[in-house]
Design a protein around this ligand. Structure first.
Ligand code: PEP
Length: 252
């Protein structure tokens, strides 16, 4: 049985005071019944401020990115060790905004995945097609390439520590959510690909989140799909009512 993971990707939003208020409200109101894992991924600069607020809670801290080298002359980058040092347990890797705006390749993301796993950080690996790729019938090929390229060299033993986030790029921040049929179909494809690359046990254990305009109004239907094991939430993770409204949509 896979445990649902709802993760908030705050992107480059909020200031310190708003970040603290949001975390305090979520921690106070989130009553874990053991059926849901929750993670919050604020901007790097607020990680250290927020870590103590999450320390004794059932909400995990995550980061939105990291660099694969341990230390050195990499101006502006943040290492996995630094993330562990401030209390992170998850790290989002290969988000479409990093792939398409900041030019990250599968090879680069693969190095980050390995660096994160070595440190015990759980990667939330994002994959997803552009609208033009979907319209050209290339969705399966695109997510296969992204997933296999980003996971090259990852062992079956390491796989249960990976979370895959299927995020169709056309659904991110647009209000255009994938239909339940579209989401389930790609999630099932991804699980089949994991089985082909590893085995049925690994495929059954890996959590596959859906991301792209998830809101309280559509969460229940998406989260009830057979191969959807949670959500990666952008815009709606910035408001406590919306975020916890999504959590409330997890099937009991
Ligand atoms: C995201 O950025 O990962 C995302 C899913 O954003 P939104 O929920 O705003 O579409």
């Amino acid at each position: 049985m896979r445990k649902v993971l709802i993760a908030g990707n705050w992107k480059m939003n909020l200031n310190r005071q708003a970040a603290v208020s949001l975390v305090e409200a979520i921690v106070q109101r989130f009553a874990s019944e053991g059926t849901v894992d929750l993670a919050l991924c604020p901007p790097f600069v607020y990680l250290e401020t927020l870590a103590p607020l999450l320390k004794d809670s059932s909400v995990a801290l995550g980061a939105q990115n990291m660099y694969f080298e341990k230390s050195g002359a990499f101006t502006g980058e943040v290492s996995g060790e630094m993330l562990v040092d401030v209390g992170c347990r998850f790290v989002i890797l290969g988000h479409s905004e990093r792939r398409h705006i900041l030019g990250e390749t599968d090879a680069m993301i693969n190095q980050k995945v390995h660096a994160a796993l070595e440190l015990g950080l759980r990667p939330i690996l994002c994959v997803g097609e552009l609208l033009a790729e979907r319209e050209a019938g290339q969705t399966e090929a695109v997510v296969r390439q992204q997933m296999t390229g980003s996971l090259a060299g990852v062992s079956a033993d390491q796989m249960p520590n990976i979370v895959i986030a299927y995020e169709p790029v056309w659904a991110i921040g647009t209000g255009k959510v994938a239909t339940p049929e579209q989401a389930q179909s790609v999630h099932a494809d991804l699980r089949r690909m994991i089985e082909e690359c590893y085995n049925a046990q690994v495929a059954g254990a890996v959590r596959i989140q859906y991301g792209g305009s998830v809101k309280p109004e559509n969460a229940k239907e998406l989260l009830s799909l057979e191969d959807v094991d949670g959500a990666l939430v952008g815009g709606a993770s910035l408001k406590v009512e919306d975020f916890l409204g999504i959590v409330a949509g997890v099937p009991k």
